[in-house]
Ligand binder design. Structure first.
Ligand code: ZN
Length: 275
């Protein structure tokens, strides 16, 4: 298969537009998608510093790479969660990538720097390791961003955003539907702004590009990860997308466009929507 733009070997095919793209043109397309998301949701202002939460997975590395390509002032922060070989490998992969693109990476160890043992804490609190891990990550990342005066960027992609949205619809979590945003403002000096610039990029595009560009990444298989409901929803949506390409983009994009109208139409329930 040849690239529809330049005729060199293609790495991805878009059935909906019958276009194939090579690595260079896929990169150009992904850069346009990130630029569009940044503008559409007013994620960044000129010259603002960005701190990317780097897990070592494909999406966070792609995000770091694309923001650097776009000329943003960007650094990475990696949290070593102290979960054995998985954490060691994630840190190594993140460090190697930082070196490759010539960016500074701050590494924070939850055990060394905070004295927290995720598994031990989860046993003591009778909570699953994933929930302890999520709380610790949010706290540490926010602190790192506030201290460096940066906006915190995370690698959530279109598939993640669609699954979260669908999860909130399945439970009609109106409060979450009202507040959800790919660009969360800061309403306190100790709370960093949070952005998700990959919101228009699919899981497939992310994986394909990393493979084509030779970006080495770890699979998000944490040894303690639960077979969460969100993973089931994500899987189901991936099958819909496979049969009907473009569905996820339309789903997420339309949600943010039509939400004001939707909220107005159900505002007869004011105590829930405007507490
Ligand atoms: Zn091309």
């Amino acid at each position: 298969m040849k690239c529809s733009r330049c005729g060199s070997d293609a790495v991805i095919f878009y059935p909906q537009s019958r276009q194939a793209l090579c690595t260079e043109h896929l990169q150009e397309y992904l850069l346009r998608k990130v630029t569009r998301a940044i503008r559409r949701f007013k994620m960044l202002e000129r010259g603002e510093k960005v701190l990317v939460a780097v897990s070592g997975g494909k999406d966070s590395l792609l995000l770091w790479y694309l923001l650097k390509e776009l000329g943003h002032t960007v650094e990475g922060v990696h949290i070593n969660l102290g979960l054995g070989d998985y954490s060691k490998l994630s840190e190594e992969v993140s460090r190697r990538f930082a070196e490759r693109i010539g960016c500074r990476l701050q590494v924070i160890g939850v055990e060394e720097d905070y004295g927290i043992n995720i598994v031990g804490t989860s046993r003591r609190l009778h909570r699953p390791p994933c929930s302890v891990c999520g709380t610790v990550k949010r706290y540490v990342l926010n602190k790192a961003a506030v201290e460096s005066g940066s906006v915190l960027a995370t690698g959530h992609n279109l598939d993640d955003e669609a699954a979260t949205l669908m999860g909130n619809i399945l439970s009609w979590n109106l409060e979450q539907l009202r507040r959800a945003s790919p660009a969360l403002p800061s309403n306190h000096p100790k709370l960093a702004r949070r952005i998700k610039p990959l919101i228009y990029i699919t899981e497939k595009e992310s994986a394909t590009f990393c493979l084509a560009r030779g970006i080495e990444y770890v699979l998000p298989e944490c040894p303690y990860s639960l077979a969460a409901r969100l993973a089931v929803v994500k899987d189901a949506l991936a099958r819909v997308e496979d049969k009907s390409p473009g569905t996820l983009l339309n789903f997420v994009d339309s949600f943010y466009r039509k939400r004001p109208e939707f909220l107005r139409s159900i505002s007869f329930w004011p105590s829930l929507l405007f507490p």
